[in-house]
Design a protein around this ligand. Structure first.
Ligand code: KG4
Ligand code: ZN
Length: 417
């Protein structure tokens, strides 16, 4: 089966097309990535040092159809065949896209120009499901993806699956092991696709698992008892960990997004001694919650106290970056391993933009080895927001189809209790 997946919860417009091959008695499917396209808005938000929801919404509306065309082209699913839309259907389409005028301007001409990708009967050239993030995230942004998916589901009559963004960050870890599977018989296009794009669904994940999802918008610790069985153990009470990286970088005058910059500069830290260490908020509390806004304030005060000359000193900046990164890692590590012990977890799953951090990976791996278990991370490009993670989650939620009429975005959607 082929799944088209759509992600617009924050500032990345992600569209992927994923082929899932179920291997008979073996319950582990093979995933083959037909396309995974992302239109990033970093350049737009860079000058403000953060994401402005209405600006991000406008960018999603502008980028989603070109990204979709790009993905269909790569998956060899783009079928140019002019199509006269019946006036009744056009009216419904316009109603669905009422709140997305810029998107309507691009999507309606697209639907007149290209036909539904099922013109040929072969298995590999259809779209069987549409999976879309409907929360949590920035509400105006979520609606662009949701309404785009509703319009396609209605117009092309393809079942629609709503996906929780956090579940996407967790389940993308099922794309771990490169799979060498026999070429799909007699299909030259599929045979030519890189073997690198094929994954055997992960059989490394052993339950119960503890998942830590850390990004610019979320910091959640989740008990995973199986696919679809989640319990939120703790979360941030204020800023997310990625937000702390971003705000710290802004304070130090380093640019946006802060995580990758701080991570790079931390690697260059010398023996420069900071006058004081930063706090590790909530490190010793008995719950699984986090708090990062106090850390951000401490970074601000500590930086402001420095003479102007030191504030610009490269060695000082790198030392601050290393300390900020370690303060964040320390609390993430401590709370995650507390949960691991309390729930007898057998695997640690990481996801979200912050899990791309190489020092965080190194320290989680080290500690996991000490506990005799495995920490699993997505490839760095799949740690940050992307369409593919929604496709994988779509496969595991294919029994949760919803009629396009009833799908809504929910900025506070929860993955569990
Ligand atoms: O998952 P994501 O793409 O979007 C959200 O759902 O928020 O995460 C983006 C966040 C940003 O805050 C960014 O600074 C952070 O992930 N990030 C990193 C790294 N790469 C991205 N943080 C620390 N180290 C990194 N290497
Ligand atoms: Zn995310």
């Amino acid at each position: 089966m082929n799944i088209l997946s759509i992600e617009t919860s924050c500032d990345d417009t992600g569209i992927a097309i994923l082929e899932v091959i179920e291997n008979g008695n073996d319950k582990i499917p093979t995933f083959s990535v037909m396309a995974n396209k992302i239109a990033s808005q970093i350049k737009v938000h860079q000058k403000y040092g953060g994401v402005f929801p209405m600006m991000a919404k406008r960018e999603h509306q502008k980028n989603i159809v070109p990204t979709f065309v790009d993905a269909l082209g790569e998956a060899k699913l783009l079928d140019a065949k002019p199509y006269a839309i019946d006036p009744e259907k056009l009216k419904t389409l316009k109603t669905i896209l009422e709140r997305e005028p810029e998107l309507a301007k691009k999507l309606i001409p697209f639907l007149k120009k290209y036909s539904k990708p099922d013109a040929r009967p072969e298995r590999s050239r259809r779209i069987d499901y549409i999976a879309v993030t409907n929360g949590p995230g920035l509400e105006p942004c979520l609606w662009v993806g949701v309404n785009f998916a509703r319009a396609l589901s209605y117009f092309w009559d393809i079942p629609l699956i709503p996906i929780n963004h956090i579940e996407g960050h967790i389940l993308v870890n099922y794309l771990q092991n490169k799979a060498v599977i026999p070429n799909l018989i007699g299909d030259p296009e599929l045979s030519s696709r890189s073997l690198d794009s094929r994954f055997r669904g992960n059989d490394n994940v052993k339950f119960p698992a503890i998942a830590l999802v850390v990004s610019g918008g979320h910091t959640q610790l989740v008990l995973v008892e199986g696919v679809g069985k989640y319990k939120i153990l703790g979360e941030t009470r204020d800023d997310a960990a990625g937000e702390c990286f971003d705000k710290a970088a802004k304070i130090l005058g380093l640019g946006y997004p802060g995580g990758p910059i701080i991570s790079k500069l931390a690697l260059q830290a010398t023996s420069y001694k900071l006058q004081a260490t930063l706090p590790r908020p909530m490190l010793h509390t008995k719950d699984y919650d986090f708090s990062f806004s106090g850390l951000k304030t401490a970074i601000l005060y500590s930086h402001q106290k420095q003479p102007k000359k030191i504030q610009k000193n490269k060695d000082y900046i790198c030392a601050m970056c290393a300390e900020i990164q370690q303060a964040i890692i320390d609390v993430l590590l401590k709370k995650t391993f507390k949960a691991v012990v309390d729930f007898n977890a057998r695997t640690i799953i990481l996801g979200g933009g912050v899990s791309a951090n190489s020092e965080l990976r190194r320290q989680f791996n080290l500690q996991a080895t000490n506990y005799n278990l495995q920490a699993i991370f997505p490839e760095p490009v799949l740690s940050t927001d992307n369409g593919l993670m929604i496709g994988v989650a779509g496969y595991y939620n294919k029994d949760k189809i919803i009629n396009w009429k009833y799908l809504e975005a929910d900025s506070n959607l929860r993955i569990g209790e």
